[in-house]
Design a protein around this ligand. Sequence first.
Ligand code: KG4
Ligand code: ZN
Length: 353
Amino acid sequence: MIVLGIETSCDETGVAIYDSERGLLADCLYSQVALHAKYGGVIPELASRDHIRKTLPLIQEVIEKAGIERSAIDGVAYTAGPGLVGALLVGAAIGRALGMGWNVPTIGVHHMEGHLLAPMLEAEPPQFPFVALLVSGGHTQLVAVQGIGQYTLLGESLDDAAGEAFDKVGKMLDLPYPGGPHVAKLAREGQSGRFRFPRPMTNRPGLDFSFSGLKTFVRNTIAESRDANGELDNQTRADIARAFEEAVVATLAIKCRRALEHTGMKTLIIAGGVSANVHLREVLGATVAKVQARLFYAQPRYCTDNGAMIAYAGCQRLLAGQQDDLAIRAQPRWSLETLPPLPAQDPKAKLQA
Ligand code: KG4
Ligand code: ZN
């Protein structure tokens, strides 16, 4: 089965073509980062309008790149939520309309399920069951995964998401938007140990997170470190970035280990934009080794928002016979736990007639 995937939940227009027999055929991504950079964050109305401009030409491009005829597409998957409602509606309307015009089934995909399944695109995919750490700009969640659609939320952030904390600290350090990758780059030049920030909520039981206090801690440290002219020297900025990254990563690692011990599972996957973070990957690699578990993640381009993860997730659900009715739906808020399970877990299972 060949599925077109469309992702428009935030500030990236992502499209891809996934074939259940041959794997990912092509993907194209247009990032709106330059459009929003001058505002220091995503402006929803601008995001929606840009998705309208970019989605159809990008679909044309990805079909050409995949080297297939349009008529070879057997289904369309689009992100139906969570995300910015206007941005979601663009992908949903285009996806639904193409499905109707081409007379193929369509399916609205949960954005975080897309992220969660992205490691399945790799040559050596993880096997169910596993613990998933979802770390994006909007979510920080630990999920026990028995199979596709069989999700139990173990813990989540009570305030800022990990990516959001990275972005806010980036702003405090005068780094471009989105701050995450820039903070990570600056942290590499920082000296470990000069500052030590708290590891929030790790000294009490449970698997929830809170990053807003850590953010305040960073803000205070920046204020205290300014010289008489209010300047922050470059080494201090790097040292602060380093201490912040270490605190977030150590906190995530403590909770991941706890989640593995709590569930008895031996596989951890990490997904979402922050899972591209090299320090996080290294520390979690060492953490899972201590408990004889294994770590899986997607290549960096499939950690951040992309169409490939939506095409993959949608393909699995369409193969199992699930599909949308004619309504165009977008769900800005949507719990992973409400998703229907997949009856057949064999990814090569054929669409039931
Ligand atoms: O999954 P994603 O592309 O979009 C959402 O669904 O939110 O995640 C974006 C988030 C942003 O907060 C971005 O700063 C963060 O992921 N991010 C990173 C890195 N790359 C992206 N954070 C830390 N280190 C990175 N290397
Ligand atoms: Zn995302």
